[in-house]
Design a protein around this ligand. Structure first.
Ligand SMILES: [Zn+2]
Ligand SMILES: [Zn+2]
Ligand SMILES: [Zn+2]
Length: 109
């Protein structure tokens, strides 16, 4: 029974994948301030010690070692406004939302 408890897998709420030492997060893009950026992948040797993303794979969001692509500081420490992370397939959708948002803001000014 103890063994079963220890085998309990941790799941990322974004990609709903288990942190498995084989892959990383499939939400490869991050919305920071006014732009959509490609997230910076885990570049160290082996696995990310925090989120278990594999080399050359994207960190699961919330990982304290992820670097902000806008300012190149750690996402945890940087002053940018991180609005969320998205999959490659949702970029158009996100851009549309931003354009609409920008238009709405312009209108109210
Ligand atoms: Zn993930
Ligand atoms: Zn990580
Ligand atoms: Zn930043």
């Amino acid at each position: 029974m103890m063994k079963m408890m220890m085998m309990k897998k941790i799941t990322c709420p974004d990609c709903t994948k288990q942190l498995d030492l084989v892959t990383g997060c499939d939400h490869d893009y991050i919305i920071v301030n006014e732009g959509i950026y490609r997230r910076i992948k885990h570049e160290g040797r082996g696995w990310c010690p925090t989120c278990l993303a594999c080399l050359d794979h994207t960190h699961h969001f919330g990982c304290e070692t992820e670097v902000c692509p806008r300012c190149t500081q750690l996402v945890m420490d940087c002053a940018c406004e991180v609005r969320g992370i998205i999959k490659a397939g949702n970029i158009q959708e996100a851009e549309d939302a931003f354009i609409n948002q920008a238009a709405a803001v312009t209108k109210t000014l």
